[in-house]
Write a protein that binds this ligand. Structure first.
Ligand SMILES: *Cc1c(COP(=O)(O)O)cnc(C)c1O
Length: 393
């Protein structure tokens, strides 16, 4: 199968209407020709394929397909969410004031530089809406994140993918793709492959871009990273042309709530605040988000779990003769030496046993699967089944 992410077929065009026909066209045809037509980019967006969450005939599948938190959500966040039920008749605070203050205190960022969103996906879309349009280019790396080309198409800009090296962001390859039309560069750091680039490389990328190019550092997995040479990139924000996006979906375990935020220059915050829906973050999301940042003990437990079980998972995969990529996140991308056929076979075998992992076809990595670092029992069950599929070494 061809990688859908990298394919941009031109939109299907309405057939040109013959002039000779017009007198004879019936009302039906006229009506359909006059139906609303979407903006050119809309139909270029490949339909999103989410990590699967169900298997027919299996009541409770083991879901290791979407990099969700192995340990659920902070009980304090859940309690705050439940308490918020008393206020569902009220509109949320449009400025998310208390939530931004809580994030600011936790991260040492000024509240004025924080904008919250309906997941960080919304922030990515708002940045596209604010800073790119028809005739512009939006640049990202080949396996960055499927949302980046979506954003480009949504705003009528042209998505441009730079190649990676060993599934890792390649700063030189990115810089080589920059043109006078480049308006935004999206870098997932850590990447959707689990790898990361050190802060020194981010600095080199920033220095290689002209001041007018917006650099978006998508740090969705930052909480998991313990590499000494990594930072989310907040120190680049002060210069006025870099934004760091964050999410509550991964380590904070609130993916279902839809809550993300960014640290951005004040002028960019002003733009995002004008563009966003006034009530984009719900009452329960604001309440749970405040409780979640206030429960750093829970976050520490999540990080500890991950630091223990990610290396275990990597070791098991290596033991099977598979090729896991280095990961600083809560998931492991693994390449099958038998290629896409073997990866597909493994995926089908696991699925039949109620174990869901992510196929990577949307990223053009058909020979790989991506596995979330779940709970111990989930990981052991996955490894057991994978071992059965692969047979004795
Ligand atoms: C999961 C993820 C996000 C977070 O998306 P939300 O909309 O905040 O849930 C952003 N970027 C990357 C690379 C991700 O994997």
């Amino acid at each position: 199968m061809r990688p859908s992410l990298l394919l941009y077929s031109p939109p299907a065009q309405a057939p040109a209407k013959s002039k000779h026909m017009s007198a004879r066209t019936n009302h039906q045809q006229d009506a359909s020709a006059a139906l609303p037509q979407p903006r050119p980019g809309a139909l270029r967006i490949p339909p999103y394929v989410a990590g699967r969450s169900s298997v027919p005939g299996i009541a409770k599948p083991i879901k290791l397909s979407s990099n969700e938190s192995a340990l659920g959500s902070s009980p304090k966040a859940v309690a705050a969410y439940q308490e918020a039920a008393a206020n569902l008749h009220r509109y949320p605070d449009s400025g998310a004031t208390a939530l931004r203050a809580a994030i600011a205190a936790c991260h040492g960022v000024a509240a004025a530089n924080i904008v919250c969103g309906d997941g960080s996906d919304e922030i990515l879309h708002l940045l596209g809406l604010g800073y790119a349009g028809a005739g512009d280019e939006v640049l990202y790396t080949g396996h960055g994140f499927v949302v980046y080309p979506m954003v480009a198409h949504a705003v009528g800009a042209t998505p441009v993918a730079a190649p990676e090296r060993e599934c890792t962001v390649d700063v030189d390859a990115l810089l080589a793709k920059v043109t006078a039309r480049t308006k935004i560069v999206f870098v997932a750091n850590p990447n959707s492959t689990g790898t990361y680039i050190p802060t020194a490389d981010v600095a080199r990328l920033r220095a290689g871009l002209s001041a007018g190019v917006l650099l978006v550092l998508d740090a969705a997995y930052a909480e998991y990273v313990d590499a000494a040479d990594y930072t989310a990139g907040d120190q680049f924000v002060a210069a006025g042309n870099t934004v760091v996006t964050r999410t509550f979906s991964k380590a904070y375990g609130l993916a279902g709530l839809r809550l993300g935020w960014c640290n951005c220059p004040a002028a960019i915050a002003d733009v995002l605040n004008r563009l966003r829906a006034p009530f984009n973050v719900t009452v329960p999301a604001q309440a749970a988000g405040i409780a979640a940042v206030g429960d750093q003990d829970f976050l520490a437990t999540v990080r500890e779990h991950n630091s223990q079980w990610r290396p275990w998972l990597v070791q098991q995969l290596r033991g099977f003769g598979l090729h896991p990529f280095p990961s600083v996140t809560n998931f492991v991308l693994v390449r099958f030496p038998g290629g896409a056929a073997q990866a597909d076979g493994a995926n089908a075998f696991l699925t039949a046993r109620g174990i869901l992992v992510r196929d990577m076809k949307a990223y053009g990595l058909g020979e790989c699967l991506r596995i979330t670092v779940g709970r111990e029992d989930e990981l052991r069950a996955m490894v057991q089944s994978l071992g059965e599929f692969l047979g004795p070494a």
